[in-house]
Design a protein around this ligand. Structure first.
Ligand SMILES: [Zn+2]
Length: 581
């Protein structure tokens, strides 16, 4: 039994996420968490909403709500959808929590004590009409290079030229449209990542079990061009964690907040404290997951994320932790924080010949997906087509085929045939009589081999390979049933047919246990139909084939998976082509 801490990249608060976001972190993290729990390990699975920054402020303004209220409302929406998709978080937190505020200020103070923070004076555009400094991308104007009239302060999206806001002709605020702008001097804090370059480099080098996709991205940021740059960790905004040095004021930083990219990953830690506080637990209960000086030494910490998040998780967040730990060591403090042990990153899921687009409403969003089909249909397709080694693509044809074949024809049909046949010939109880013979032994041997392979793929977080193996396990049962044909056997040898059916019913329980990480709702239905709470893992497949003894009652479940018709497929294809209503 091991202890595993799992975090999924935290989704930004401004709106409902699409299926590409879901398969990029939350869903595979949930698969892994459910599998590890099923094997009897102690798991802490955390996720949260990422709530700070200008986009949240703008989305709130658009919705006509104060930003705190907007975030509170959107948090409820995201938490509800995640729950309905079966995300088995131990806690779903908020980066705007008091716990995160305190911890973020704590880490900043430690990093400053370590000499890893410096103050930088910068010139930044201030909007008098908006009463605030404007981030570069909230300044618009005419591109000096191509004349495009809606170029942003950081880049012209027409000619792709990188810009400074001061390069723009006739600059204006993207928030209010005001041209009453001026350049003002402002001070910001920078995390001296450049001073930690060698330490980060050595740490990345020590991770020889990480995929190349992950380490190559980190190495590129460490070494390309001028190498790893210091990073601004504060902003002139109202909405965010106020800049403080621990619990002390930070002179000269009044009215400023930490940059969202500084406080968001710290929420992984704060989320554990939120979990403890929400469940009447002590600080020791969450610190044993995050503090290696307080019992987290034997914890394995795994992060799930899309590839775009890799630099922040391999460099910026580790810089926060490494810098704090190094200082603590030198100053004699016992406080040591847990660094990530393994990063599982994903490529992108594309949508039907293009990309998912939140702004254009192109593709299927999480709420819409659940309006048309239960979560398991989506979970199965997304996981069995996870964009691991390369980008993958959602098409309605492929989705229909996968649901109809894998879920309806293979798994659903197996469950339906065996339970209905048993009911008609033996009644709704596991039949007695007969014994398992060579054919059954051959199936048990094959399943044993496949279950061990499935375990290996799941432990290695090889999502697609795990799905393929699980499907092969379902197929093996179907082929056995086809071959043994208890409906024919019954005519000549009812005793043997009884043994075949007994095996089939036990296979349903085995399938429910093995499939639960992928399709938890269907798995629960199968267990309920089999009238059992026995979710023990089939370490011994032969023994598992006797888990439901003769005489054990069951019921015939409703159809587990309905097929997707061509009409449905066509309707959905046109409905989700763009312009979300
Ligand atoms: Zn341009």
């Amino acid at each position: 039994m091991a202890r595993i801490l799992i975090t999924s990249a935290i989704p930004y608060i401004n709106g409902i996420k699409h299926l590409g976001n879901l398969i990029g972190s939350q869903l595979p993290a949930d698969l892994y968490a459910r599998y590890l729990r099923g094997r009897g390990n102690e798991v802490m699975f955390l996720c949260a909403t990422d709530e700070h920054g200008t986009p949240a402020e703008l989305a709130a303004a658009k919705a006509g709500k104060p930003v705190a209220e907007y975030c509170a409302d959107m948090y409820e929406v995201q938490a509800d959808i995640a729950k309905r998709f079966g995300m088995s978080f131990d806690h779903f937190g908020r980066s705007s929590s008091e716990q995160n505020k305190t911890l973020t200020q704590h880490f900043a103070g430690k990093l400053d004590d370590a000499g890893l923070i410096r103050e930088v004076s910068e010139k930044q555009v201030y909007s008098n009409a908006d009463g605030r400094f404007l981030p570069d991308r909230y300044i618009e104007g005419t591109c000096p290079n191509c004349g495009y009239e809606r170029a942003r302060g950081d880049q012209c999206e027409n000619c792709t030229k990188q810009l400074d806001p001061t390069d723009l002709i006739e600059p204006r605020s993207a928030i209010s449209g005001s041209t009453d702008l001026e350049v003002r001097e402002t001070k910001h804090l920078y995390l001296r990542q450049s001073a930690m370059k060698d330490q980060l480099d050595a740490w990345i080098d020590s991770k020889n079990d990480w995929p190349i996709l992950t380490t190559s991205i980190a190495k590129k940021w460490l070494h390309d061009g001028d190498g790893l740059q210091d990073r601004g960790i504060t902003r002139d905004l109202d909405w965010g964690v106020p800049v403080k040095k621990g619990d002390q004021d930070w002179p000269g930083m009044e009215g400023k907040v930490f940059y969202v990219w500084f406080d968001a990953p710290i929420e992984y830690i704060a989320c554990a404290k939120e979990w403890a506080d929400a469940n009447g637990r002590t600080d020791a209960d969450w610190e044993r997951w995050w503090r290696t000086d307080k019992g987290a030494d034997d914890v394995r910490y795994v992060q799930f994320m899309g590839k775009d998040n890799v630099p922040f998780h391999t460099l910026s967040f580790p810089a926060t932790i490494l810098g704090t730990n190094t200082y603590n060591e030198e100053s004699g403090s016992s406080e040591r924080w847990k660094l990530v042990d393994y990063i599982k990153s994903f490529n992108y899921l594309n949508y039907d010949g293009g990309q998912f687009s939140t702004s254009q409403g192109r593709g299927v969003f999480m709420d819409q997906a659940l309006e048309i089909l239960p979560a398991d249909y989506w979970r199965w397709w997304l996981l069995s087509h996870a964009p691991e080694s390369s980008d993958s693509e959602f098409t309605w044809e492929n989705f229909q085929q996968s649901v109809n074949k894998d879920l309806a024809d293979v798994l659903g049909n197996f469950v339906s045939r065996i339970t209905k046949f048993c009911r008609s010939k033996f009644g709704e109880a596991v039949p007695e009589g007969g014994a398992y013979g060579d054919r059954e032994q051959a199936l048990i041997d094959e399943l044993t081999k496949r279950v061990r392979a499935y375990e290996g793929h799941m432990e290695a977080m090889e999502v697609r390979k795990s799905a393929q193996e699980l499907r092969a396990i379902w197929v093996a049962g179907n082929e056995y049933l086809q071959d043994a044909a208890p409906w024919s056997t019954f005519k000549e040898d009812p005793e043997q047919a009884a043994a075949q059916v007994r095996l089939g019913l036990n296979l349903i329980r085995l399938y429910a246990v093995l499939s639960a990480p992928f399709i938890p709702e269907a798995s629960a239905k199968m267990l309920s139909a089999m009238n059992t709470l026995d979710t023990s893992w089939p370490d011994d497949v032969a023994a598992a084939m006797g888990a439901l003894p003769s005489g054990h009652t069951f019921t015939v479940p409703d159809v587990l998976f309905a097929k997707i018709t061509d009409e449905q497929r066509e309707e959905w294809q046109s409905r989700f082509a763009g312009q979300r209503d």
